[in-house]
Design a protein around this ligand. Structure first.
Ligand SMILES: NC(=O)c1ccc[n+]([C@@H]2O[C@H](COP(=O)([O-])OP(=O)(O)OC[C@H]3O[C@@H](n4cnc5c(N)ncnc54)[C@H](OP(=O)(O)O)[C@@H]3O)[C@@H](O)[C@H]2O)c1
Length: 309
């Protein structure tokens, strides 16, 4: 019997219990899945970083911590965690992110607000340019950034991507390094942020970065709030250097009611809903990692603690 602790907020248990049990059964794994165990009995932890488990020291026989979230910044600095940590790569999460990013890019590209907000009797015959005439830059070419970049390229947008390690890609101009970032920003009529939050990415969008972007550019951030220097962004919105910012993630969540983003006419706030881990597909990923742990195969999607993601 494999003992698996479900360490997430209690309200997530009804959503995950059946899909996880099904996924373990489908792989022939005999599992005792519970929300409580004596720590020393636990073989794996299915984990959400906002759970009550913050000290991993007593989990002496735990073979891996399997994160339910794609973002791991809240756990990479936890020195009590010595076990392998896998982050969530979930096809359902990826699909959701593609849809959210494409939807918000198209909103700005097509100028949808003009007609949605402007039902005032005036016949505004504004014809938007074609996708191939609008340059999109995606910072972060991982599971989510790459999927979004490919979907946008598939629609005809000239897409530039930026990642830590240099990539060679067919339909996306792939850049890396400081000079690559500068070039990527200069071409960003629309900028999508899908970087993880690490010491190397915090405040990547600061005053200097904003000034490199084409005037009136749009920023779409479903990555993490601290990727952007908030004050620098507000200043750039006020001068018109940035035309609009659609923000899903924030330094403090929920975004405080008095934060200037809420009232700014050129900011759209969405409440960290760009995409969520989907119970059925993510449970299959977790079960596969438990199977691997039991057979001694390497775990999927291990976090590089040194790199921070
Ligand atoms: N808003 C939401 O609902 C939501 C939902 C899920 C995830 N997210 C956020 O999305 C982020 C990305 O997820 P993911 O699964 O795509 O992550 P991932 O697969 O780990 O990809 C991260 C990408 O960022 C690049 N990167 C990391 N550090 C960098 C640096 N210092 N300079 C340049 N590039 C750097 C990586 O480069 P390499 O390719 O060279 O490694 C990689 O391309 C998560 O960390 C999370 O914060 C948000």
């Amino acid at each position: 019997m494999i003992n698996i602790l479900f360490a997430a907020k209690a309200e997530r248990w009804p959503t995950y219990e059946a899909p996880l049990k099904q996924a373990f059964a489908d792989l022939g794994l005999e599992v005792d899945l519970r929300q409580e165990f004596s720590p020393e009995e636990v073989d794996y932890i299915v984990y959400a970083p906002n759970s009550d488990v913050q000290d991993f020291t007593p989990y002496t026989r735990c073979k891996a911590v399997l994160n339910l979230w794609a973002g791991v910044e809240a756990i990479t600095g936890n020195d009590t965690l010595t076990q392998p940590l896998a982050r969530m790569v979930d096809s359902g999460l990826t699909e959701g992110m593609i849809e959210w990013v494409v939807g918000h890019v198209l909103r700005h590209h097509l100028g949808m607000d003009l007609h949605i907000r402007g039902q005032d009797g005036e016949w505004r015959s504004h014809v938007p340019p074609l996708a191939r005439e609008r340059r999109v830059t995606v910072l972060g070419l991982g599971e989510l950034g790459m999927a979004a970049a490919e979907a946008l390229a598939g629609l005809g947008f000239p897409v530039t991507g930026w990642s830590r390690r240099k990539k060679t890609l067919d339909k996306i101009t792939a850049l890396s390094g400081d000079e690559g970032l500068k070039q990527a920003l200069e071409q960003a009529d629309i900028l999508v942020l899908l970087l993880p939050l690490t010491p190397g990415t915090e405040n990547v969008i600061d005053t200097e970065a904003l000034a490199l972007m084409p005037q009136g550019a749009v920023i779409i951030n479903p990555g993490r709030g601290p990727l952007i220097d908030d004050d620098a962004l507000l200043a750039a919105l006020d001068t018109g250097q940035i035309g609009h910012a659609t923000l899903d993630v924030f330094r403090i969540e929920p975004l405080p009611r008095d934060h200037p983003f809420w009232a700014h006419p050129n900011v759209t706030v969405t409440p960290h809903i760009a995409s969520e881990t989907r119970p059925i597909t993510s449970s299959q990923v977790i079960a596969e990692n438990v199977r691997r742990g039991e057979t001694g195969e390497p775990f999927l999607y291990l976090v590089d603690r040194g790199a921070g993601y």
